[in-house]
Design a protein around this ligand. Structure first.
Ligand SMILES: [Zn+2]
Length: 493
């Protein structure tokens, strides 16, 4: 009897379906803005699958998939075609789905990922193809008979759907989650999808198999479905990794099957044996001509491709920011744009100093506002120019760093400029030594212990004394001047 392996390597590939943000559907003029609309109100003979109607390709959807392909370093194929994927299910109005089988729009790309504490890795993208979404089924129970039944809402039917298939390049559930995070980030940067898994416009199926470490040949793969969050994808893969390892270690044979993730029970359950491509009886869609993409079209899309997260992050690192700062500031395109605008508006100083000052403010007060209000950064009343003005006022000593935080808060609430808030609230920094000297003397008189500590050589006692004046002036006193005044008052007698 051959020895049973106990040390396995995990092999994971992901298939992501993501809805595009086009205004109309993939093959008809129906609006895709059906969220909250009454069922079956965003429909027409085409997306209802009536006989005799003809689909028309949505050009914007093709531009979006080309942009996705470019962002993922794919080859954009000049000739692709649509195919019918046949299967009977009540959510499929025509009895087939228009998809792409052997000639997708994009193929052969990659995406770099980096799990914290590990080296970056490049995950291959096999293909990106175009298809149409299905109708939505709503499962109900009859209150009288207790029988189950389903309702069909066709509003979603025909919404452009892009499928992004990875190579089986991931080796851990953590890598799979990181791949999804980075893929979502790219899709949002280029603005082709909201890519929100909880809302169902970004869906993921996973393929996972195990093989004895060192073996080149893949093991039997299992497809997992029904995962509705990044956490669910991670947990389902962890569960499946353990289940398969236990079975293989016990000398059992795995079967190729589809399993569903049951969130409440934290486990996968067998759904059906895996279907094969030939079960779908794919054939070329006779109602659509092949898709020929001119290089002029591809170049026009490339010209609109924004700078991607990896590039933005690298730029921030070049400015001297830390890895953490660069990752956080380049998290979303809006955030990176806001930061860059603040930095650009801080003229006159050292570029590295401006980069650091802007980073401190955006990572501090600005993100605090975003997190507490739950609003988008572009809704912040403190525009990049206004924030830069406030930062400049701190640099010039018009307002102290401490008071500037409360100025920022007022600016965010009122939409006023820093200069107006400082003037209205009397927050201008106190830099007059006569005005401060009286306060310094009063504080010295009232704090004998700290004064004695200071004279006994405890230098830190002066910080306590400065703090007293700061409290009295609500943070408006010039700290450097206070330091001088205290040193002067305490040493000369
Ligand atoms: Zn329609």
């Amino acid at each position: 009897m051959p020895a049973v392996a106990t040390d396995f390597e995990t092999v994971i590939g992901l298939e992501v379906h993501c809805q595009l943000t086009t205004r109309s559907k993939m093959f008809c003029a129906c609006s895709t803005d059906y969220a909250g609309a009454a069922p079956n109100t965003h429909v027409c003979p085409v997306c209802l699958g009536m006989p005799g109607v003809l689909p028309v390709i949505n050009e914007q959807a093709i531009a979006d998939i080309v942009m996705t392909g470019l962002a993922l370093d794919c080859e954009i194929t000049p000739f692709s075609k649509f195919d019918r994927k046949n299967y009977p299910y009540p959510d499929l109005m025509k009895g087939y789905q228009i998809s792409q089988y052997d000639l997708p729009v994009c193929k052969g790309g990659s995406l770099e990922i980096q799990v914290e504490g590990h080296e970056p890795r490049r995950i291959g993208i096999t293909r990106v193809h175009m298809e149409e979404d299905t109708a939505r089924l709503l499962h109900r129970t009859d209150p009288v008979t207790g029988d189950g039944y389903s309702l069909v809402d066709v509003n979603r039917s025909g919404t452009p759907l892009m499928e992004i298939v990875s190579e089986p390049d991931m080796r851990t559930p953590a890598e799979a989650r990181e791949y999804l995070v980075r893929l979502r980030q790219v899709l949002r940067y280029i603005g082709v999808s909201e890519a929100n898994m909880e809302e169902g416009n970004f869906r993921c199926d996973a393929n996972i198999s195990l093989r004895p470490r060192g073996q080149a040949e893949f093991g039997t793969k299992v497809e997992i479905k029904n995962m509705n969050s990044f956490r669910a994808v991670h947990d389902a893969l962890v569960f499946e990794e353990k289940r398969q390892a236990a079975a293989l270690s016990a000398g059992e044979k795995l079967i190729q099957e589809t399993r569903g993730w049951v969130d409440e029970r934290n486990e996968t359950v067998s759904q059906r044996s895996k279907e094969h491509a030939n079960d779908y009886r794919y054939f070329p869609e006779p109602d659509l001509p092949p898709l020929r993409l001119s290089s002029a079209f591809v170049e026009s899309v490339r010209a609109r491709l924004p700078r991607l997260p990896a590039e933005r992050k690298a730029e921030l690192l070049d400015l001297g920011l830390s890895e953490h700062e660069a990752v956080t500031l380049s998290e979303s395109r809006d955030r990176a744009d806001y930061y860059d605008a603040v930095r650009a508006a801080l003229t006159g100083g050292e570029p590295a100093r401006a980069a650091k000052l802007a980073a401190n403010w955006v990572l501090g007060e600005v993100l605090r506002w975003v997190n507490t209000t739950g609003r988008d950064i572009q809704d912040l009343p403190v525009t990049p120019d206004r924030l830069a003005e406030l930062i400049t006022m701190v640099g010039q000593g018009t307002v102290t760093a401490q008071a500037a935080k409360s100025v920022f808060e007022t600016m965010a609430e009122s939409g006023k400029t820093a200069a107006d808030v400082v003037a209205e609230q009397g927050l201008a920094q106190i830099s007059g030594s006569d005005e401060l000297r009286d306060m310094v003397r009063a504080v010295i008189a009232a704090n004998e212990k700290a004064v004695a500590d200071y004279r006994a050589g405890k230098d830190s006692a002066i910080k306590f004394l400065i703090g007293q004046v700061m409290r009295e002036t609500k943070g408006r006193a010039n700290p450097a001047l206070l330091q001088d005044l205290f040193t002067e008052e305490l040493t000369e007698k």
